[in-house]
Write a protein that binds this ligand. Structure first.
Ligand SMILES: [Zn+2]
Length: 434
């Protein structure tokens, strides 16, 4: 029996059992002073540890007796351990023993469900990756086929890892879809036929019997980069994922900003050209209809380069039938100097830059982090984006904005799912200053 994991699961069920409370609630419901103090001490050790008991008492303003009682309970449950002593204090007083957070007390499963891929991670309670899986997936098969495949793959992954099942505290999941207000169901996901209303939380909870939390992939990508990647210690930034769709997660004052009904960040459906092509959302000329991977791929397909030197084992016949060619091939063609493919990226970058110019004017972020398959084109795309965004934003807002690639490669969303679980498990209660 893992007491710490069991305690976290009980807490999560008690706090979040009624998820209709809304996904916007980040904090923990501290039903009594004891719980409040316990969270304060545990988060202090978790985020600033190792620390001596006396320091915990000083920083929390709690009595040493109270702190000792809390730490004894945390030691008993396995959340903390006591390590080596500090050198004797200059005053010659007693040596202080350091209290460490026990990051191995539980394990988290982070899941990124993409339209064409699955990424799974197992991490400890500090979000350090212990095991990783990445494989193909095809959401167009619909949920009746996809959910059983997802469950089977997860079970295989867990079985192949060295992590005992009793250590798992929760599953965090990212999906490329808007969610209902309880963050259980997918609502009209673009390019995912049959998935509208699918309750992913219920499907996975029924199978795995531990708490499951769901969020939109762009929000989780933003959270992942914020906790572990290029957005670390940056309080205001936008995470923009450019792939089949274009999504955006906003971090404002260190937290994911969701808006009044949870749909903030729909950058892909900002109108760029009122007379533009029809978009998946039903509107015309949205950014996504002008600059997503499918547009770039379609333009690259017209290129002479592909007709003459097909790569990745793509045959002429497959190219002509509009199959196979993917964004990786288009990037390869552009980087190899193919003019048509290169222009496709630059044009997409300019459209994205127009949208980001608007975002910069409205929101004045410190950084814009680019991720997703299209963003892997690197400087070719980022230069076009930055040039246009600068031209289309007011100087005072642009002055400080850096446009940079993400740091977490293809793990940003799954790591964001892990970070969501950690925030839910421990709450965000902390002392404002040391
Ligand atoms: Zn649209």
């Amino acid at each position: 029996m893992n007491y710490a994991a069991a305690r976290i699961i009980a807490d999560l069920n008690a706090r979040h059992g009624n998820l209709a409370q809304s996904q916007q609630e980040h904090g923990v419901d501290y039903h009594n002073v004891r719980e409040y103090n316990r969270s304060l001490v545990l988060n202090l050790i978790r985020e600033n540890g190792p620390v001596p008991r006396v320091e915990i008492a000083r920083r929390t303003d709690l009595s040493r007796t109270t702190v000792s009682a809390i730490i004894d309970a945390l030691l008993h449950e396995g959340f903390v351990r006591e390590g080596e002593s500090l050198d004797a204090a200059p005053s010659g007083g007693r040596r202080a023993t350091l209290v460490h957070f026990n990051e191995g007390a539980g394990a988290i499963l982070g899941v990124d469900i993409g339209r064409s891929h699955l990424t799974f991670l197992i991490t400890n309670l500090y979000g350090v990756i212990q095991a990783h899986y990445s494989g193909p997936f095809d959401v167009t098969l619909g949920p009746e086929q996809c959910i059983p495949i997802l469950i089977t793959e997860l079970k295989k992954f867990i079985a192949a890892s060295n992590t005992p099942w009793e250590d798992f505290i929760s599953i965090g999941v990212g999906v490329p879809s808007p969610l209902d207000s309880s963050a259980h169901k997918l609502i009209s996901p673009p390019y995912m036929p049959g998935w509208d209303g699918t309750d992913v939380v219920a499907e996975l909870s029924r199978e795995f019997h531990i708490p499951v939390f769901l969020d939109n992939d762009a929000n989780l990508g933003a959270l992942g980069e914020s906790k572990y990647g290029a957005g670390k210690n940056i309080h205001n930034f936008a995470y923009v994922k450019i792939g089949t769709g274009i999504g955006c997660g906003l971090i404002i004052d260190g937290n994911v900003y969701r808006g009044s009904s949870g749909s903030a960040g729909e950058l892909g459906h900002v109108t760029i050209d009122p007379n533009g092509p029809k978009c998946g959302c039903g509107n015309y000329g949205c950014l996504e209809s002008l600059a997503s991977a499918r547009v770039i791929i379609a333009e690259s397909r017209l290129s002479q380069w592909f007709a003459e030197a097909p790569i990745s084992g793509v045959s002429q016949k497959q190219l002509r039938s509009n199959e196979i060619l993917n964004i990786t091939d288009a990037i390869a063609a552009a980087l190899a100097g193919d003019e048509t493919s290169r222009k496709a990226f630059v044009r997409a970058g300019e459209y994205i830059g127009i949208a980001l110019g608007g975002l910069i004017n409205l929101f004045n972020p410190e950084v814009i982090i680019l991720d997703g398959g299209v963003a892997r084109a690197g400087a070719l795309l980022i230069d076009a984006i930055a040039r246009t965004a600068e031209a289309r934003s007011v100087k005072t807002a642009w002055r400080k904005t850096h446009i940079i690639p993400g740091d977490l490669d293809k793990n940003a969303i799954a790591l964001g799912a892990v970070a969501m679980v950690i925030d839910r498990a421990f709450g965000t209660l902390r002392l404002s200053a040391p």
